[in-house]
Design a protein around this ligand. Structure first.
Ligand code: SF4
Ligand code: SF4
Length: 252
């Protein structure tokens, strides 16, 4: 907590920012007082910890479709980044260490401090995690993560979680059509008609997906894909759709 305060003091010195807020999981016991920032307690239920939800639940601000928090004058930083800033100012050296969670095939998780650039292979070796062909390495956790195809992938400054899935337990995606079970709609925090949206995205109708079915209101929590009965990779379709839409608009 002391280093977070130190980092906030640095931010106050080097930027025009005057208001600081800090979110803490509701069940986390923290030693020390935080007098430099307003503290919000966030629910442990995902996706309460995502920036658009924090804006809505604690600052009473709704992120407009297609906008980022920065467009509203709000910047999110991890506590780790604030601490790194404090250390960099104190020691006059750049921070090279990153703390990440590595989850092995049996679900055991390890907190690791690694130098940025370290190949993941070295971390796996340290914890005797054996990665075989066709095992899946997911960077970023089960909801929003992306796969990497090499154990030589380096630790990066924004890497928080690495998950190793055994090839025998990797859930298969399918090309099954939507069965209209409605789970995706019920779970969506942005209240998007996901079952219809995904049909437009599958058909490559990105502009219609945006104009008529709220593609840009998606906060990319990944819950719809997680619950989908037909195992449609909805989250990936949404990311692709937003990317293609950006390209279309840039071309225009
Ligand atoms: S990822 Fe899916 S569930 Fe999450 S906001 Fe977007 S459409 Fe809704
Ligand atoms: S969860 Fe999947 S199968 Fe069910 S309505 Fe949504 S897209 Fe269709």
């Amino acid at each position: 907590m002391d280093e977070i305060k130190e980092g906030i003091q640095v931010l106050k010195r080097i930027s025009p920012i005057r208001k600081f807020c800090m979110t803490l999981p509701e069940n986390l016991n923290v030693k020390g007082e935080m007098d430099l920032a307003q503290v919000f307690r966030t629910s442990m239920v995902y996706p309460s910890n995502l920036p658009p939800m924090i804006l809505k639940d604690h600052l009473n601000m709704v992120l407009p479709a297609g906008k980022r928090p920065e467009d509203m004058g709000i910047c999110f930083m991890s506590a780790e980044a604030v601490v790194s800033l404090a250390r960099a100012y104190r020691t006059k050296t750049a921070g090279h260490e990153k703390i990440l969670t590595v989850i092995g095939k049996q679900g055991t998780s390890y907190r690791v401090s690694a130098t940025i650039g370290t190949p993941l292979r070295r971390i796996f070796n340290t914890f005797s995690i054996h990665v075989n062909d066709h095992d899946r390495l997911i960077i970023g956790g089960p909801m929003k993560g992306f796969s990497t195809y090499t154990v030589h992938h380096p630790v990066q400054p924004d890497m928080d979680t690495v998950l190793v899935q055994d090839r025998d337990t990797v859930p298969e995606l399918s090309d099954n059509p939507c069965v209209n079970c409605g789970k995706c709609i019920r779970v969506c925090p942005a209240r998007i008609p996901v079952n219809i949206l995904v049909r437009y995205l599958e058909a490559g109708l990105y502009q219609d997906a945006s104009d008529r079915y709220d593609l840009l209101s998606c906060i990319e929590c990944g819950l719809c894909a997680y619950v989908c009965t037909a195992r449609i990779p909805i989250y990936q379709y949404i990311r692709l759709g937003k990317h293609e839409l950006l390209k279309l608009n840039a071309d225009a």
